[in-house]
Write a protein that binds this ligand. Structure first.
Ligand code: HEM
Length: 498
């Protein structure tokens, strides 16, 4: 597997080899036969035409023609690395998940950090939230926590996710990024304002991936061995501390070092300066969730740390770069529905929609058997037996086990004990509109608690961004931020008109 192959291969970027070593090995075609030439095409006569029998050229052309897979529809630009998670504190009273089962237990993992609406070739320092995707390769399967560097998100109803993202992507007519679209959406949907405060502060331009925190963002449900549930939020606080870039530094680096963040992460690991993050939980009983003044199933809300203190759990360390970026990072298929017993989704409707969306896009992006790509496979993939068969890219043969169930030939069965915890729901089926589910209280508290220089940067960053926006939309945006603070809205207007 790729996980093993990194040990035995040399790294092409590492060193220039001795001239007398060159030519010591013969290149091989994919079928294992020797490659006769990589410099001269086989032609009939000096000036051609090319003969179809130049199978080396044909294979070379044809593979090149197919060497791109579709970019991720969001989070296309990113970098990642491998490492481990080590349990330092006992939280088995909350979760039976194997990844937390014993102090000292180390679980192999991979992390990928990204910008969101930025494209694959875009600059790392653009203003955007940063993706913070983690995969834990546990004995009970892969657990993915696909979060951001922000504890909240812009919208709370998944129906709005696609429109929100579109508003930040290219204008379908001009094919340019269009701040009119982005700000138009924000001014019409005030649940976005809270996260806009974070994104337009200097936290929207972190100084690389190592100096930022990560959050599961949604409320999840932990279940212990007595099948008792607890709501929880996951936090990963950077042991390197927090460092952000100013808007000016970020803009300069976008021109001079567009791959700033992936370079920083790669070089730190290459220099054995391994970045780490400490994992914490916030927990809340189901009973208490009915009594707090915000909806715990709303991803636009934070849980105040004063009421729900951070509980330490363990430490994640990244200590190995990928051997091949495309194979091990680009082909990673993180998915919030990759869960293990002891960790299950809450009813947060954003999270519920995500449970569908990721594998759906990955079947398109990487093909139906993307789970069999080594970085996406669980530990011991040869031991996986289920009823899924065939399709392009199939590798594992499941030892000839029957492809139907029940059957009379196999010792395998499903295990209902491993199912998500059962729960009862009573409710009216309808489109429950959440547009006015308290869009301002937490945003106001957050703004009030910001340091003066952060408030100043926020007003300046938004004001400068609004300079290219049509007047009626800019006015609506300024009014919207006025609902959070009049100081903020006048600061924004001052910079916009400057
Ligand atoms: C990537 C959909 C909300 C974090 C993606 C991808 C899709 C998607 C289709 C591309 C996946 C791939 O090609 O592998 C959605 C939908 C959402 C949603 C439909 C809401 C309804 C969120 C939220 C967060 C988030 C709330 C964070 C809290 C990420 C991250 C990635 C990603 C970090 C990149 C994964 C990687 O590193 O490969 N999302 N997303 N998404 N999403 Fe979401």
């Amino acid at each position: 597997s790729l996980r093993i192959s990194f040990l035995i291969l040399f790294v092409y970027s590492a060193q220039v080899i001795d001239a007398n070593q060159q030519g010591a090995h013969i290149y091989k075609e994919d079928n294992g036969s020797p490659i006769p030439s990589y410099t001269v095409t086989r032609t009939c006569g000096k000036n051609g035409p090319i003969v179809l029998e130049d199978v080396t050229l044909i294979q070379h052309l044809a593979h090149f023609d197919r060497e791109k897979s579709p970019d991720r529809v969001v989070h296309a630009k990113g970098g990642g690395a491998f490492g481990y998670f080590e349990v330092t504190h006992d939280i088995t009273q909350y979760s039976k998940a194997v990844v937390f089962s014993k102090i000292g237990l180390k679980t192999p993992m991979v992390a990928r950090f990204s910008t969101v609406t930025n494209e694959a070739g875009g600059a790392d320092t653009v203003r955007d939230p940063r993706g913070f995707s983690l995969r834990f390769y546990t004995e009970k399967g892969n657990w993915d926590l696909v979060g951001n560097n922000t504890p909240i998100f812009f919208v709370r109803d998944p129906m709005l996710f696609m429109a929100f993202i579109h508003s930040q992507k290219r204008n379908p007519v001009t094919h340019r990024k269009d701040p009119n679209m982005a700000w138009d959406f924000v001014s019409q949907r005030h649940e976005t304002l809270f996260q806009m405060l974070i994104t337009f502060s200097d936290a929207g331009t972190p100084d690389g991936f190592r100096y930022m925190n990560g959050f599961g963002s949604h409320t999840f449900v932990l279940v212990n061995e007595h099948n008792e549930p607890t709501y929880c939020k996951f936090h990963f606080l950077s042991d390197q501390g927090i460092k952000n870039l100013t808007a000016e530094e970020a803009t300069r680096l976008a021109g001079t070092e567009p791959d700033y963040s992936i370079k920083d992460l790669y070089e730190a690991i290459d220099n054995h300066d391994y970045p780490s993050w400490t994992m914490y939980l916030q927990v809340m009983s189901f009973d208490r969730a009915n009594r707090v003044k915000f909806n715990v199933l709303d991803v636009t809300k934070m849980w105040p740390e004063s009421d729900f203190p951070l509980i330490p759990v363990g430490r994640m360390v990244l200590n190995r770069n990928a051997q091949n970026y495309f194979a091990e990072i680009e082909q990673l298929a993180f998915d919030p529905s990759n869960l293990i017993p002891g960790i299950q989704p809450s009813r947060d409707k954003m999270l519920q929609a995500r449970l569908f969306s990721y594998k759906d896009t990955q079947r398109h992006r990487l093909g139906p058997n993307f789970i069999q790509i080594p970085v996406n496979s669980p530990l011991k993939p040869n031991h996986i037996v289920n009823l899924q068969r065939d399709g392009p890219g199939l590798i594992y043969h499941q030892d000839g086990e029957p492809n139907y169930y029940p059957n009379s030939f196999s010792p395998y069965r499903p295990d209902i004990e491993q199912d998500f915890m059962n729960y009862t729901i009573d409710g009216v089926v309808m489109r429950h509109d959440t547009s006015d589910a308290d869009n301002y209280s937490q945003a106001r508290e957050f703004y009030a608690a910001m340091a003066d220089h952060d408030k100043a940067a926020l007003a300046k960053n938004i004001g400068n961004n609004l300079k290219d926006v049509k007047e009626p939309i800019a006015v609506k945006v300024i009014r919207s931020f006025g609902l959070i603070s009049s100081e903020l809205s006048s600061g924004i207007e001052y910079h916009m008109r400057k």
